[in-house]
Design a protein around this ligand. Sequence first.
Ligand code: PHE
Ligand code: ZN
Length: 871
Amino acid sequence: MRTETPPLIRLEEYRPSDYLIDRVDLDIRLDPHATRIDATLALYPNPAGEAGAPLNLDGDDLRLVSIALDGAPLAQDGYTVTPAGLSLIAPPRRPFTLRLVTEVDPTANTKLMGLYRSSGVYCTQCEADGFRRITYFLDRPDVMAVYTTRLEADRDQAPVLLGNGNLIEAGEAGAGRHFAVWHDPHPKPAYLFALVGGRLGKVETRFTTMEGRAITCAVYVEPGKEDRAGYALDAVIRSMAWDETAFGRPYDLDVFNVVAVSDFNMGAMENKGLNIFNDKYVLASPETATDGDYAAIEAIIAHEYFHNWSGNRVTCRDWFQLCLKEGLTVFRDQEFSSDMRSRPVHRIAEVRSLRARQFPEDAGPLRHPVRPRVYAEINNFYTATVYDKGAEIVRMLRTLIGPQAFRAGMDRYFADNDGRAATVEDFLAAFAAVTGGDLDAFARWYERPGTPRLTVSGAYEPGAARCTLRLAQSQPGAGGQDGPPLVIPVALGLVGASGPLTGVTCPALRDGVFVLDRPEAEIIFDGVAEEPVPSVLRDFSAPVRLELALTDAQRMRLLAHDSDPFNRWQAAQDVALRLILDPDADRTEAFAQALGRFLDAEALADPAFAALVLALPSEGEAADAVPSGVDPDAIHRARFALRAHLGTALRPRLERLDAALAPLDNVPYSPDASAAGRRSLRNAALDLIAAGDPETGARRAAERLGSASNMTDRLAALATLALIPGDARETALTEFAERYAGEPLVLDKWFAIQAQIPEPGTLERIVRLQGHPAFTMTNPNRVRALIGSFAFGNPTQFARADGAGFARVAETVAALDSTNPQVAARMLTAFGSWRRLENSRAAKALEILNWIKAIPGLSRDTADILARTRG
Ligand code: PHE
Ligand code: ZN
């Protein structure tokens, strides 16, 4: 049983470790139930620590077999063992070695932290604190050591044995067993340790670095699925090449291995030289993966690979600095994807995801600064705020100092901190050093929770040909913290009736960016010959909520004429959002006409962009824009009515687009961005046609399902059909499940689509699907597909007025908590916006949260989310 109120860990209480570790020698004998870990740690007192302090090693769920100090068994009174670790009461005041033999049961490890088995494959997950589930250790990122790992296993059970670093020896170990020795020359924290043992197939290729190092890159997958690993391997090579050209960062070992496993708590993990992935982000074939899956694989392969520098070579001093590696690495993978694909389209996707996940987090009870100051359970801080707002901060920094200085600052950061465990201050210091400037005010972004508001108003004086913009920043009441102003880069410009204005001067702008570092400011544009429309926060230059009162007509001017693609898209979103929150027939008609003109003029020139313009803001985004008392049913009705209206009004255009894009069916599938963009527009057209005319829509979608030659089109058709009640839908769902009965990752899509049907019958369906033979609570992907899609992707049914949706998710959290607390806690975060719901739903939510609270022995993960969510 754990404590009710877990102890809090505070940034201000950081102290260097009293001991450090030079080298770790591991001899690991893999066994399904009794894996032996023989660890020799070369320890020494840290001159920066307290002399003579006890040595407190972390441990969790370990069986200690033996312990020896400098080769001699340690007497019982020399150490103590508790469930949380092992302490040496009076360690030597000089370097010494500690040899620890522990035993663990990987098969019984359902938490998927430490050493576990996934479909029989031995694998590890050590971030943030899983290494202590393998051996007793100083399990903190500022303790960095050089590891040598000998792995031994039954050859039949585990013909493949992988570790960090380079393979230095391998051979027979007798009695059907074999071994492999891996050595990683780069000092690393324990959270980057990994091993893999199992029956795996592989694809591999070679890459030569800019330094001339020949590397073997391999992707390991379940045997028989090698033909689905090629795209991931290609993404590895492209990532390696890109990090060299974009950041001057070469790879630093002889091998780079990626292993796909089917049971994984997160997306993937950047273990040194041995990235371990959720197989969802590795395996892809046209028949089983969508364009979105290919894009996600490319991005996550890149993300983990880029961690080799931003995370591994330069790691974090403590977990408060998590954004130092995650925010920076997300920024890097976003840049990579933007270079591989369409930059504006990718930017829109980034912002949509930020608004869908991070804005609500920042406005609710789970809000925290990008660099938190306190935590109870670090696993609960792998959040959209740390990752995605963290990336936005890096992006703003680049905007503020410019790309050249940014690159110089990054070089400086890597040079100054290579092999170190660094802090956010170290990161900013590198940029301050190369620019000679001071980033103290900018650093407030790391400390200040809440999404700032940027209010802009404009005035035009025709006689003076002058336009004045007034900008003001504020922290929102709910959750915001007042304080000194933030430094907000605001990219902006003026747009005339038929495009950019010429002859305009504005000394306050540099490269089109105004830096708002005061509570408010005024900028003056001269030489403005006609009344302009301001285009503000171009390319979403800062993670703020923009308030700028424009008419629909002004917004439609931006859609038609702004030079900034992001704001063109944003303008259409803004009009649609207002129409969802405040429906109006005439304005809807005018909006449809503007969209029609836009589609005629450019849909086929940039189909991916056009598809985004046609995609209405989500129900979640609409809820986020309601000040309080959210009624998800009302939002849903209004949004669906708008869709239906647009579908009807745009019908002839949508038909023309569909016809123009139909030849796609005859070319072989390619996952590249332009082919994907054409598919997305065609599928968006079908979806809108169906919204306006469900009968035709159902028929077309059913046809498309039959004729589709790839998963993207098939799944899009199924998703369209899923919104139209009737036999056609049920038949299609049944056939899809039969066709993909042997494909867990495809069945996840099938679970997810059904979980998101916005109808009261969905709850019954969920109960039924939880009993489906392919569903299991032990696989995180299955749980996320069914329960996660319901909780996070079905606002009307999760927040049913009778509370039954909340109850279903709560029961899943309760059932999962004892076996996999990390995933249970993640599901519970779906309750994060409960206070914003209208009173009766909020009361139901609170009732259910109280029900969870009464469960005895909740994990620290779940108890922490619960305590913060209930408030
Ligand atoms: N560090 C991983 C990433 O973002 C995420 C992760 C965290 C994976 C914790 C597993 C456990 O790249
Ligand atoms: Zn990461």
